[in-house]
Design a protein around this ligand. Structure first.
Ligand SMILES: C=C(O[C@@H]1C=C(C(=O)O)C=C[C@H]1O)C(=O)O
Ligand SMILES: NC(=O)CC[C@H](N)C(=O)O
Length: 719
């Protein structure tokens, strides 16, 4: 229901073609048309019969954008039936992008490919200044996401752009008599000017005027089946998490004036001992707090393989299975955390204790309803510790906080406090590892880039983040337990490529050594969410100054890459946060040890406790996939032909005090050891994933170089 009294029941049906900007459009519609409420339905969730039953409940329809072509039945779904409605069911429709293309085809227009596809590109539009474009100034800026174009057929053209390669391209049209309007550009993009987005408000006005003149049967109640296939916007969270009253009391010891480094603290609390260990390390700006999860034989570890219907809980040397039944692993984790709620920690600390670990990329693929690629020898897809004891280091003040949420844990706190005040002897560095690098085949990678560009030219996707896996085979001159090797490796990586979301994890047989610059999602105890996608990479090196990097990163190609992901992330956050999502940094240039990156920041608010629901909804990270997300994931699976595993997944924590922080697992290497992460071995194989966003403007050689540069940030530590 809308918000302003008399007109509050104006209902819009938004038909979604599996796009990744749909919730941005829902938000724009809801805020631009006074008193309107928006429901979202997938274009293949209903047939023509149900469509006809549904329409009398609605006042207008918006046909959203999407991948593919309006000529393909599986891409466009039920939409063409709208253009053929009989008068008694007829109602106003606004088509966007794929929506305009479908409308034009229905009324004699023809479809062809653009010579120069326009994805995330901004163009000034010329228009008729009336009708849908009333009060829109000439030259208003519009963001475009299309490879296909249409001729208007019997539609009345309302707006155009002039492209260098393609000449005049239709940007807006209406049917001469029926209440059908459409635009080719995306009014909901963050870089479309306010003016150009005014068309949605105008549509609301025109639609009301038309309805006054053409009264139709309108019903107050929807069909009983409607809730099965429609969601009101904002969408409901898939995970229902309602925390119980706090039962865990946080005990904290503050230790000041120690001047210990993060590796020194880790060495004191067990990084060089066998067993599970986790460090989430803010090793560079803008990170601040580093978190060490301290384990003991009572520590619970939870693992799950997405091909299984159970979760395994490991404790001490034992394990038990818990069947998932009809729930998902996400619900299981929400249930687990519901009864583990902590209070009494220091407000300024983001973490008091809670789940720490990772989710694989394929976990996200599965929640998109895409069949994931699976590898038999893989690491668990979900691998999390419930850390009751932790140490947090504030890099700004140097203060160290020792925390426990176990009852009566004063002895442990005192013990750690005591241990911290005794400086550890520096650990001798191990000899550098010499490994054999199995680089991916360059020709295959270049072919995949070209294939990806073909998909983009066909309109199947707007941007594809193509990745590949490299393996490093290391043989050791003398056998040593794995955990000593990996801890040494982490320290080298930390020194050579310090990163704000660095991580070192030993979880059962799985080891992750990471130096990610990218935060996926954080949420605080009040529900404020922040996402920090990166898109746009420039290698540092001789002569590469900030000015030069800026010159490269400010080109339309890099800006488009970043903008597409910003719009996608806005959608992911709008889904649960509703209105009020803001882009607080658009394409800021950030410096890292080996690269310059273009970084955007998107913020919004959900109710306290709903952050985990955002993690589930927004996963896998848009920056690792491209847009639209679902179709891009499918295409990438076809191109890459092997699972990504932990790479491209997320690692971080969900605090029992309410907050969470998860980074994108990139610039990292992994290893899975059957005998356990601390087994003695004389050879090991590390996997490293790397890749980059492919657009129609990408140069295949340059993309290969970018992938190798990203790989290099990890390889340098491996020797
Ligand atoms: C794919 C990777 O990085 C992703 C791709 C980026 C890009 O295309 O510029 C930047 C950061 C990441 O989102 C990687 O590091 O392997
Ligand atoms: N954004 C869209 O709706 C894109 C429509 C179509 N897939 C194209 O590329 O032209």
């Amino acid at each position: 229901m809308g918000r302003d009294g008399a007109q509050s029941d104006w209902r819009v049906l938004l038909i979604d073609a599996y796009d990744s900007f749909t919730c941005n459009l829902a938000q724009l519609v809801r805020t631009s048309i006074p008193g309107c409420a928006v429901w979202v339905v997938k274009n293949d969730a209903l047939d023509v019969h149900r469509l006809h039953q549904l329409l009398p409940f609605f006042d207008a329809v918006v046909v959203g954008p999407g991948p593919g072509s309006p000529e393909q039945a599986e891409d466009i779904g039920v939409v063409p039936h709208l253009w053929a409605l009989q008068d008694s069911l007829l109602l106003p429709v606004l088509g966007v992008c794929l929506g305009l293309q479908s409308l034009a085809l229905a009324f004699g227009g023809s479809l062809s490919r653009l010579r120069a596809p326009q994805h995330g590109r901004i163009a000034p539009i010329t228009h008729c200044r009336t009708d849908l474009f009333a009060d829109v100034c000439d030259g208003a800026l519009a963001v475009r996401y299309h490879s296909l174009r249409v001729t208007p057929g019997s539609l009345r053209p309302l707006a155009w752009v002039h492209d260098e390669a393609d000449g005049e391209v239709l940007m807006g049209a209406r049917h001469p008599t029926k209440p059908f309007w459409a635009v080719q550009y995306h009014p909901e993009s963050v870089c479309t000017s306010v003016d150009a987005a005014q068309v949605v408000h105008n549509f609301g006005k025109l639609a009301r005027e038309w309805t006054m003149k053409h009264p139709r049967r309108r019903v107050a109640r929807p069909p009983a089946w409607m809730p099965e296939i429609l969601d009101s916007y904002p969408l409901p969270s898939q995970t229902t998490y309602a925390p119980h009253h706090p039962t865990l009391q946080v005990q904290t010891e503050v230790v000041e004036g120690l001047h210990l480094s993060v590796p020194q603290i880790c060495a004191l609390v067990g990084a060089s001992n066998p067993g599970d260990f986790i460090l989430l390390d803010s090793a560079a700006h803008p990170g601040r707090y580093s978190i060490v999860a301290c384990t003991s034989p009572q520590t619970l570890r939870i693992t799950h393989y997405i091909s299984d219907d159970f979760v395994t809980i490991h404790v001490g040397g034992a394990s038990r299975k818990d069947q998932l039944g009809t729930t998902t692993v996400w619900d299981w984790l929400a249930d687990f955390m519901r009864v583990r709620v902590a209070s009494g920690g220091l407000e300024q600390l983001p973490f008091w204790g809670g789940l720490v670990g990772y989710f694989s990329y394929e976990t996200g693929v599965q929640s998109l309803d895409v069949l994931p690629l699976l590898d038999h020898a893989r690491s668990p897809d979900v691998n999390l510790l419930f850390a009751e004891r932790s140490i947090v280091l504030d890099s700004h003040t140097g203060h160290v906080f020792v925390q426990s949420i176990r009852t009566q844990d004063h002895d442990w706190l005192a013990h750690i406090r005591h241990a911290l005040s005794h400086q550890p002897a520096p650990e001798p560095a191990l000899p550098m590892l010499k490994g054999v690098l199995e680089l991916p085949d360059k020709r295959t990678y270049l072919d995949r880039i070209r294939q990806a560009q073909d998909y983009l030219a066909e309109g199947q996707s707007y941007e594809l983040c193509l990745t590949t896996q490299t393996r490093l085979r290391v043989s050791h001159p003398e056998p040593l337990p794995r955990h000593l090797r990996s801890w040494d490796l982490y320290q080298r990586l930390r020194a050579r490529n310090p990163a704000p979301y660095a991580a070192y994890m030993r979880l059962g047989g799985t080891t992750l050594v990471g130096s990610s610059p990218e935060r996926f999602l954080s949420w605080d105890r009040s529900g404020r969410c922040e996402l920090r996608p990166i898109k746009g990479t420039v290698k540092k090196g001789a002569g590469m100054t900030r000015e030069k990097a800026e010159e490269i990163l400010r080109t339309p190609k890099e800006a488009a890459e970043n903008l597409m992901i910003v719009d996608l992330i806005r959608h992911d956050l709008h889904a649960l946060a509703g209105d009020g999502v803001r882009v607080t940094q658009l394409m800021g240039i950030e410096e890292y040890r080996t690269v310059w990156q273009l970084v955007s920041v998107i913020e919004g608010r959900v109710r306290p406790g709903a952050g985990f629901g955002v993690l589930q909804t927004a996963f896998p990270p848009g920056s690792m996939v491209g847009a639209p997300k679902k179709r891009s994931v499918e295409l990438l699976q076809g191109l890459e032909n092997e699972p990504r595993g932990i790479y491209s997944g997320v690692c971080g924590y969900w605090c029992a005090g309410g907050g969470g922080d998860w980074s994108v697992v990139i610039r990292s290497c992994f290893n899975e050891a059957r005998g356990g992460a601390d087994a003695v071995c004389d050879e090991e194989v590390w996997g490293i994933g790397a890749g980059g966003a492919i657009t129609t403007l990408s140069d295949a050689e340059a993309e290969w170089e970018e992938m190798v540069t990203k790989l290099g940030s990890v390889i340098s530590a491996l020797g």
